[in-house]
Ligand binder design. Structure first.
Ligand code: NDP
Length: 303
């Protein structure tokens, strides 16, 4: 068993140390591979183009929580996404920050501050603003719990509609009912063929007048022009985006200049190198013991 690591040199240092401590073999970079038949796992953001070079490959491990950047893998090669508490906590924190910023009118106060305007707005209690979360996975559930603890009524929408304690869950076909109840919409969906472009004009029209959007899923889920139209018609009041199309967002993009939109450059979380290495070790060990692989992606569902 040897893992081929193709991510950044900064991460390689921590991975090399943890793999040495664990007594597992690891090579950094394809150029260092002397025996391709020894490679059983590849940890990467995107795998090498020619995977047929590695006939004994068992699994590809995405060093991030998402796998939408991955090409289809050869049959029999498993795909695992990194499961790390740090990722979930950081995205949860960004989402809670964004929800509080929109709830407490920060886009408008920042606009007023830019021209030295002291103009108080009426604040509403959290209990009067319903937050709806699209995607109740590891991150969506963590965000739901924290937002509910702040007093917001929290609902969620997922493919299965599986119950989540403390959150009213709507299943896929109940999207219109879910949206009709949502004052602040949070997207924490994985990017799949089904969720691409899901944040569009039709969806925005189903939200109550004045709703806000918080997007930390993937840029390609959002129709940026539809967002601008919904803001211009005042159907949506504001948006906070950690992910955009394209990324990086060009300096002259309308969203940077629009005071109703706050953009952060895809920084809601990053994978801590040690947590990433621990996840890869867990994948290798689980595979060796014939146990379920942590973070295993269902190729049919795409997440
Ligand atoms: P999970 O796989 O744990 O959860 C995904 C959730 O989305 C599940 O609740 C799933 O439903 C739901 N879902 C998937 N497809 C659909 C669909 N077609 N309709 C309705 N619901 C659907 O993912 P995580 O919570 O770990 O992460 C979610 C995403 O967050 C990642 O894929 C990534 O894109 C994004 N992310 C962004 C980061 C950033 O820095 N901005 C950092 C990390 C992640 P069900 O429960 O029924 O399976």
């Amino acid at each position: 068993m040897t893992l081929l690591f193709t991510s950044t040199p900064e991460r390689a240092e921590a991975w090399t140390r943890l793999f040495a401590d664990a007594g597992e073999a690891m090579v950094v970079g394809e150029d260092a591979v002397t025996d391709p038949t020894a490679i059983t796992h590849i940890a990467c953001w995107q795998p090498p183009k020619n995977l047929s070079r590695y006939p004994n490959l068992k699994a590809v491990i995405s060093i991030g929580a998402g796998v939408d950047q991955m090409q289809p893998l050869p049959p029999g090669v498993a795909l695992s996404r990194t499961i790390a508490p740090g990722i979930e906590e950081m995205v949860r924190d960004w989402v809670v920050m964004a929800a509080l910023m929109l709830h407490r009118e920060m886009p408008r106060y920042l606009e007023q501050a830019a021209c030295g305007q002291w103009a108080p707005l009426t604040a509403r209690p959290a209990r009067t603003r319903c937050i709806g979360i699209m995607g109740l996975g590891r991150i969506g559930r963590a965000a739901a719990q924290s937002l509910a603890a702040l007093g917001f009524p929290v609902t969620g929408w997922s493919r299965s509609g599986a119950p989540v304690e403390g959150t009213e869950v709507f299943a896929q076909e109940a999207l219109p009912e879910f949206l009709a109840r949502t004052d602040l919409l949070i997207c924490l969906l994985p990017l799949t063929a089904v969720t691409r472009g899901v944040l569009n004009a039709e969806l925005f029209a189903r939200l109550p007048q004045g709703a806000g959007l918080i997007h930390a899923g993937r840029g390609a889920q959002l129709d940026m022009n539809a967002l601008r139209d919904a803001l211009n018609s005042r159907h949506l009041s504001a948006a906070m985006l950690d992910v955009t199309v394209p990324e990086p967002l060009p300096a002259d993009h309308w969203a940077w200049a629009d005071p109703r939109v706050i953009v952060t450059p895809h920084v809601a979380s990053h994978t801590d190198a040690e947590e990433g290495a621990r996840h890869a070790l867990a994948v290798i060990r689980a595979g060796g013991a014939g146990q379920p692989i942590p973070g295993l992606v269902d190729p049919g569902r795409g997440y």
